[in-house]
Design a protein around this ligand. Sequence first.
Ligand SMILES: *[C@@H]1O[C@H](CO)[C@@H](O)[C@H](O)[C@H]1NC(C)=O
Ligand SMILES: *[C@@H]1O[C@H](CO)[C@@H](O)[C@H](O)[C@H]1NC(C)=O
Ligand SMILES: *[C@@H]1O[C@H](CO)[C@@H](O)[C@H](O)[C@H]1NC(C)=O
Length: 201
Amino acid sequence: MHSFLTVIGSLATLSSITLAAPLKARQDDPQCIDGLKKIFMPEMHNIYIYEDVPEFPSTSTILNVMNGSSSNSVQDQVAVWSNIPSTATQCSLGWAVTEDRSFSVYDNGLIRFFELSGVPPAGTNITAETIAPFMEEGAKNASIDFTFWAEQTGAHTHGGGLVDCKSEMAFYLTKDMVSGGPGSVTLEQNAQNGLFLAIDC
Ligand SMILES: *[C@@H]1O[C@H](CO)[C@@H](O)[C@H](O)[C@H]1NC(C)=O
Ligand SMILES: *[C@@H]1O[C@H](CO)[C@@H](O)[C@H](O)[C@H]1NC(C)=O
Ligand SMILES: *[C@@H]1O[C@H](CO)[C@@H](O)[C@H](O)[C@H]1NC(C)=O
């Protein structure tokens, strides 16, 4: 009887530790649902492209890609997912929003992504210059369309395309000016909103 109560006691302690764990730790290991894990909140690096202004590195939680009609308003981004388990053999990009989100699309919302062949070594600032060696011809690329979706209330989830599984995966995101046109996409990312990497589990 006594040891039974001790077990109950330690279970209660364990579960309160689990509940007290920081939110971030739980998002890092999302649940496996129907054989898929969706990993939200990639590390986002802004790539500002302003004429005659030297590049400065910056990161963000917001998916924010634009190319307006003037050359002064271009922003690309690099999204990085790290520590992908080697057991993942099927990987794809997608995006989702819940009812409660901060999301806007101005004009055309077509974004093209290119899978980078790697990421610069830790400690290197991510800029157009440092990622250039990782942009290879023939890279996996596809467009994801956010146009008109900001006005659609409620939760919705969208597939984006298959990518190659690697332990560190990085994608260059840019406004698609060929199939799309000028515009911008702004989406605040958290555990349920924004880009996700779906892996088999
Ligand atoms: C922005 O769009 C213009 C065409 O409107 C294009 O020439 C330019 O390359 C684009 N910039 C980037 C960085 O994609
Ligand atoms: C990274 O960028 C910061 C801010 O511009 C700069 O101070 C720092 O020297 C850069 N680091 C490297 C390794 O280039
Ligand atoms: C984009 O993907 C196509 C195949 O779908 C490929 O032919 C093309 O080279 C890729 N573009 C780049 C810039 O890697």
